[in-house]
Design a protein around this ligand. Structure first.
Ligand code: ATP
Ligand code: ATP
Ligand code: MG
Ligand code: MG
Lengths: 255, 255
């Protein structure tokens, strides 16, 4: 079972869009996948069509020990894809977890209970580097970093890399960077190309070949509660994320 | 002195772009303005051309009481616009403030020391609703909410409104919503128009007439360290934010 966190504290860079569409593509290719929504905004939850009112047991209840992880897993419209939803309750978790014993290892301990139940676990992180994201990093094998092809994209990277290093040194020595994914690429904008070149210099050999271009179907599909591969499988958005899944599956052969 | 927070916990909706370009436009129109960067990513700071290495006294040192607010104010390239920069140190502030006396009122007390020094104070908030954003809300007269013309934009609004109400009931009874600003509008995308109609239903009479369209100059100007009005004053981006500033100044006549 490989656990990958989708993280970047910069907001709106495509964490949720990547979490949903990568996990749906992994499921589509036959790898059994669990998507965990760790953001109190619950965008991954609604993006796969789960109504917030229907959720009784979210990741919040699992983190604070009120619910067993197995009871919080829900089906989605895609074979081989399950989800643990989020809810508004998660807002309070950041502070609650601070006061708990072994606070950095809470999620790691929980996920050890479902070890080997899935091929992949994909964790959608909130736009911050607090206790919740720290738990995701401690529980993960690797981190996939979505980076928007925009100027501010490079600004926060130092902070993110330092946090990953700190977690690797203190809580999870096997943590690695799965790769850097360029998102919302627009070939008509020079800045987009400049940012990609710049990122490749910072992360030699870590930038995925797959680049996700700006694509209206990716922005529309969550309003139908469907991953793009179900909404419009021929769209650039769906095809790109399928390519990304294949790239990750290929790498995994060597694990 | 009117204090307006630019806030929305959803990431990447245009908080920083609005903070920089609205405050630059207010300054351009002759209203003396102070921009405060409350996000540890320090995007507003670099977006007005301040190099992170040059900062000795950021908002972090002011919040924890190590530095007087007057010593942290810096000039910008625009007359009538000053800034209090952010820095990476702010990452630790969320937890440090939790343990301080009168923790919700720290920023309010600090800003009372510069009362009447400026016509406007604009606060760029991080993409979360933690202690830092809570401090901004407690210190503010009103909140300007940027909303992206995208599906997920509506999801987190309930959480934001509840937080504003909670602050109004417990810490700052005069807090109000300055208005809702639609950002990154793309007339070619149906979803964009649907989101605007939906937001207008949720916030009757609170949505600004000015709508900010997607505009490449707005995305490029931070890479030159300039507000859009200095980078390309004839661009749609610069013109829209000038319109917004006029709309706000107009409203203020009745205060
Ligand atoms: N390649 C793309 N093309 C077009 N729109 C996109 C693309 N990727 C993401 N979007 C849209 O951009 C917005 C931001 O993306 P998303 O919500 O996935 O980012 P995020 O990093 O999860 O945000 P947050 O920081 O709030 O968690 C969403 O409205 C999404 O639909
Ligand atoms: N109207 C616009 N047209 C084109 N690009 C825009 C527009 N507004 C913002 N952007 C770009 O979109 C990205 C997100 O905007 P911005 O950083 O202002 O959002 P934010 O809400 O401050 O993000 P965060 O949640 O990380 O603080 C930036 O790269 C910015 O340059
Ligand atoms: Mg998200
Ligand atoms: Mg910002």
């Amino acid at each position: 079972m490989k656990i990958i966190s989708i993280a970047n504290q910069k907001g709106g860079v495509g964490k949720t869009t990547t979490s949903i569409n990568l996990s749906a593509s992994l499921g589509y290719l036959g790898a059994s996948t669990l998507l965990i929504d760790l953001d109190s905004q619950a965008n991954s939850t609604s993006g796969v069509g789960i109504k917030k009112e229907k959720i009784e047991k979210s990741i919040y209840e699992v983190l604070i020990g009120k619910e067993d992880i197995l009871n919080s897993i829900m089906d989605t419209d895609i074979d081989f894809l399950d989800i643990i939803p989020s809810s508004i309750n998660l807002v309070g978790a950041e502070i609650e977890i601070l006061g708990m014993d072994g606070r950095e290892y809470i999620l790691k301990k929980i996920l050890s209970k479902i070890n080997k139940l899935y091929d992949y676990v994909i964790i959608d992180c909130p736009p911050s580097l607090g206790m919740i994201t720290l738990n995701a990093f401690t529980a993960s094998d690797s981190i996939l970093i979505p980076i928007q092809c925009e100027y501010y994209a490079l600004e926060g990277l130092g902070q993110l890399i330092n946090t990953i290093k700190a977690v690797k040194n203190n809580f999870n020595s096997s943590l690695d960077i799965e790769g850097v994914l360029m998102t919302m690429f627009d070939p008509r904008i020079n800045l987009s190309k400049e940012v990609i070149n710049n990122v490749k210099k910072h992360f030699p050999n870590k930038v995925f070949h797959t680049i996700i271009s700006r694509n209206v179907k990716l922005a529309e599909s969550p309003s139908y509660g469907k991953p793009c591969i179900l909404y419009d499988s021929t769209s650039n958005g769906a095809v790109s994320y399928l390519e990304l899944a294949k790239e990750i599956l290929d790498f995994s052969k060597y694990f």
